[in-house]
Design a protein around this ligand. Structure first.
Ligand code: TAP
Length: 480
């Protein structure tokens, strides 16, 4: 069944979405030389704005602006002065938090309670955290060794938060940046450009160029960038690694994942069920570290599944701007197609599909919270990243079997362990090949913690002190 929901006009009215946006280069919005594209609301399919598509010449202008700003201002500025700008940006993000959250939910489709309580506050926290580092680099043994210009390309699942993960450490370490947001979610990055103006950030320190994959490709291949920081799919990450091979560009890649969320029979089951739901349905499952494979110990599998289905039936899906919404819209028609196709593969390969019976809105892109049981390790839904609200359930008998199944993936970004035994948590954490292992919780993020993957989930770390290292020249690397 389908229905039409009434939008929440009072929230919508607090954001001012312009009919069109140019590129943010050298501290001001300028017309792009290339064409333009539309960004739409995935929950209503309404066209929100016309966005400039940067071509190679625009990319070159942005890189030149960043280079000048690094050479003349930012790269020479004492760390304590840079810190003032970062603190200012952090405070403005807080002050304009409601506006950013509403805009993010409109452009991305995520529930307002997530953008309000997670994306925006954690983005501000990154700027506060790295502001604190800016004047301590020398003390920490890093000296004054910024790289220069950072080319940063981010995906659509956490547009503002991924921007903060990229820009805050880069600026704290004395680099200037050119950032490209994803084609489907440019609006909060463009509002962030306004925030840079409001903070009086020197022109050229942050440049935001919009566009699709070709713009990203032109940016990362530009000969005058010193650093490439990419978050996105493993496929594009590999293409970028090939494109920069043989250059002296420093590269960090944060790519896909297929995390195991492992529930032992002594776990507090109700808490674990909350963690399973959060692990896979947070942000509609558009999460690189989503707990998309539930590994549950055989002796409690029936109980866990019964309680999980009951809990899933209470999830509310619909208007992202409604504060009671748990599950928002799928970010794009293209992503919805991929989720549908992989789910159909799950049916065809013999897994058993169960989904929440709910009415779907008539407009927009929607997929109900879904789980598959009877999944084997050979099934594609157990191996490939669905990047949607789809959980594959597998069982195990012993901890060794759980480790073997959890590690049986080309990815290695995150994992979850649910048990009452501290010793088992430590043992599992040492054996799981995942960059992050959560114990009796899931999807917890903090600016002080490094985050990143093993294997095809990429290399380099973001967050914490480790996150700075990707933006600094090590003593043996020559100055440019
Ligand atoms: P991608 O298609 O890889 O896109 C990521 C970004 O790269 C977008 O801005 C995209 O532009 C751009 N891009 C596309 N082709 C490019 C190229 N040849 N050269 C340079 N840039 C290019 O991924 P997605 O669909 O946006 O995001 C989903 C994927 O990201 C998932 O696999 C997910 O696991 C991963 N992800 C990983 C993490 C971490 S921290 N590991 C976090 C979030 C997401 P357009 O979008 O405009 O085409």
């Amino acid at each position: 069944m389908t229905f039409e929901y009434a939008p929440a006009p009072e929230s919508r009215s607090i954001v001012d979405i312009k009919a069109s946006y140019g590129l943010f280069i050298n501290g001001e919005f300028v017309d792009g030389r290339g064409t333009s594209f539309k960004t739409i609301s995935p929950s209503t399919e309404e066209v929100l704005s016309e966005i400039a598509e940067a071509d190679e010449a625009d990319v070159d202008l942005a890189v030149k602006a960043a280079r000048r700003a690094h050479a003349r201002v930012w790269g020479r500025m004492p760390g304590r002065e840079r810190a003032k700008y970062l603190y200012r940006i952090a405070r403005i993000i807080q002050e304009r938090g409601r506006e950013l959250a509403v805009l993010e939910s409109i452009d991305n489709g995520k529930p307002i309670k997530e953008s309000r309580d997670v994306d925006v506050p954690v983005a501000a926290a990154h700027f506060f955290y790295y502001a604190g580092w800016a004047d301590k680099l020398e003390y920490a043994g890093y000296g004054d060794r910024s790289l220069g210009v950072a080319a940063q390309v981010i995906p659509w699942n956490f547009p503002l938060l991924m921007l903060a993960w990229k820009i805050a450490p880069a600026l704290a370490a004395g680099n200037t940046v050119v950032l490209k947001p994803a084609e489907t979610t440019p609006l909060t990055a463009l509002l962030f450009a306004e925030i840079c103006q409001q903070a009086d950030l020197p022109p050229g320190v942050v440049n935001i160029i919009t566009g699709a994959g070709a713009t990203g490709q032109a940016l990362v291949s530009h000969t005058d960038v010193d650093k490439v920081a990419f978050t996105g799919s493993t496929e594009v990450g590999k293409a970028i690694a090939r494109a920069v091979a043989g250059t002296d560009k420093k590269v960090t890649l944060e790519l896909g994942g297929k995390a195991a969320n492992i529930v032992f029979d002594d776990a507090p089951i109700d808490q674990a069920v909350e963690g399973i739901v959060d692990g896979i349905f947070f942000n509609q499952g558009h999460v690189c570290c989503a707990g998309s494979r539930l590994l549950v110990q055989e002796s409690v599998a029936d109980d866990v599944l019964e309680r999980l289905k009951r809990r899933m039936s209470t999830l509310r899906m619909g208007d992202p701007l409604d504060k009671n919404t748990d599950i928002g819209a799928i970010n794009s028609g293209e992503q919805l197609k991929r989720i549908r196709e992989l789910s159909e593969v799950g049916d065809a390969e013999g897994a058993e599909r169960w989904e929440v019976a709910c009415d779907l809105p008539t407009k927009g892109f929607w997929f109900p919270p879904t789980l598959f049981t009877g999944v084997t390790q050979a099934h594609r839904i157990a191996r490939e990243e669905v990047f949607g609200p789809v959980l594959s359930v597998l069982t195990f008998r012993t901890p060794a079997e759980a480790v073997e199944k959890a590690n049986n993936t080309p990815y290695g970004l995150s994992a979850g362990v649910w048990t009452d035994k501290g010793s088992l948590i430590l043992k599992m954490a040492s054996q799981l090949r995942a960059g992050v292992v959560w114990a009796n919780t899931f999807n917890k993020f903090d600016p002080t913690s490094p985050f990143g993957g093993y294997k095809e989930s990429g290399y380099g770390r973001e967050g914490g002190r480790h996150g700075l290292e990707g933006y600094l020249r090590t003593p043996h690397e020559s100055a440019r």
